[in-house]
Design a protein around this ligand. Structure first.
Ligand SMILES: *Cc1c(COP(=O)(O)O)cnc(C)c1O
Length: 383
């Protein structure tokens, strides 16, 4: 009986991607000015740290996100590291985030010697739950005389909160922002997956003090490897540019650096690819939303839960997600689909189950665990 259900799903997906023997989860597509711009960098010899595509890319990111400043960074993980560093996160601090996320979010927290605290997600948005966040803070945190938020259990300062817009689906970011403001915690958005996604008509990543994006090969927009940070705070933007370029002071010939910096700049070669891809962002998102609509109708017709954007959200539907009834059914489907030419995969192993974070502080994570047992991502490429 199950096999008919699985066959149904696999056949439907194959209809959507007819020319493929094996349908990947998400593959890049280059049908704009990619070759032309990359060739321009080669012809100009400016493939590395100098070149006009980096600033062009930053301007495009500002336009798309409505943010005042954007800084190109070598990848999304480094951009997260930089965002936390700029938020003054240090050794011994704590950072609120999700257990249902990609490892990069927690790795960036760890690079600074800080510890993650895992907050639950909402079942419908797959992003950090405002209710879970507020509940955790009310029961485990206090604002002390210095005006800052401390964890009453560990005595450590809770400096930042990093929610993630899972699979490009916007979370309830305005409510999270309100809670963070009330508790004097910096909000950094991990919008690595949500370029082109909006909540209440504002681009994801532009609600918090800093938003972070990734342009890795599997994302909606790719430049091979790349990232960006956006902010409305001029000082932060200047500091980000400085720190990501080895903290070198501008000078015609001298190499003088005024603090410990990082080699986190995006090469011009990658920026060229990024510019060509960003020109097609809205076309890609419309294309992906078309597929999402077809998936949504199909899964409701066979009575399987498809994860739709929440009210007032406009998702890029980076990866489409469906829910099976239990972990056995999920695993049977994963086996069937992957053996039959349709790539599908479960959500990431929850962060608090990994050896590095198994002793980390956490809220009640029932929703994360429930979703993790049932969720499957299915092919979602631009067609
Ligand atoms: C892809 C991704 C990152 C990291 O981006 P890279 O460019 O691969 O370093 C960070 N967070 C999330 C949620 C991601 O999906």
């Amino acid at each position: 009986m199950q096999i008919t259900l699985f066959e149904n799903i696999v056949n439907f997906i194959k209809e959507k991607f007819p020319s493929k023997d094996f349908i990947p989860l998400h593959e890049p597509i280059f049908r704009g000015n990619e070759r032309q711009y990359v060739n321009e960098t080669i012809d100009s010899t400016f493939v590395s740290s100098v070149g006009s595509f980096v600033s062009q890319f930053e301007e495009m990111m500002c336009k798309i996100t409505g943010s005042k400043y954007a800084v190109a960074i070598v990848n999304g993980t480094s951009a997260l590291h930089m965002a936390l560093l700029l938020s003054n996160v240090k050794k011994g601090d704590e950072v609120l985030t999700q257990s249902l996320t990609f490892i990069a979010t927690c790795n960036a927290v760890s690079y600074l010697g800080a510890s993650p605290i895992f907050i639950d997600v909402d079942i419908d948005s797959l992003g950090m739950s405002p209710k879970s966040l507020l509940n955790y803070l009310k029961n485990n945190a206090e604002i002390r005389k210095d005006g800052y938020c401390y964890n009453t259990l560990s005595g450590k300062r809770i400096k930042a909160c990093v929610p993630m817009h899972t699979f490009g689906l916007p979370c309830r970011i305005d409510e999270l922002l309100e809670i963070c403001q009330e508790w004097n915690i910096k909000l950094i958005e991990d919008s690595a997956e949500s370029i082109g996604s909006y909540y209440k008509e504002k681009h994801t990543g532009s609600f918090g003090e800093i938003g972070v994006f990734s342009f890795n090969g599997n994302k909606t927009i790719t430049c091979g490897g790349g990232g960006a940070l956006i902010t409305n705070n001029r000082d932060l933007a200047i500091k980000a540019k400085h720190l990501t370029t080895q903290a070198k002071l501008p000078h015609q010939w001298a190499f003088i650096h005024d603090e410990i910096g990082y080699n986190y700049r995006m090469p011009n070669l990658n920026a060229a690819l990024a510019c060509a891809q960003l020109e097609q962002l809205f076309e890609f998102v419309e294309n992906k939303r078309g597929l999402a609509k077809e998936y949504s109708n199909f899964f409701s017709s066979i009575n399987l839960k498809y994860i739709d954007e929440i009210d007032q959200a406009k998702a890029n539907y980076w990866l489409n997600a469906i829910l099976f009834r239990n972990i056995e059914e999920r695993d049977d489907f994963l086996k069937f689909a992957n053996n039959n030419g349709v790539m599908s995969r479960p959500a990431w192993e929850l962060m608090h189950k990994l050896p590095m974070f198994e002793n980390s502080l956490r809220a009640d994570l029932s929703n994360s665990e429930w979703l993790s047992d049932r969720l499957v991502n299915i092919p979602s490429s631009v067609r």
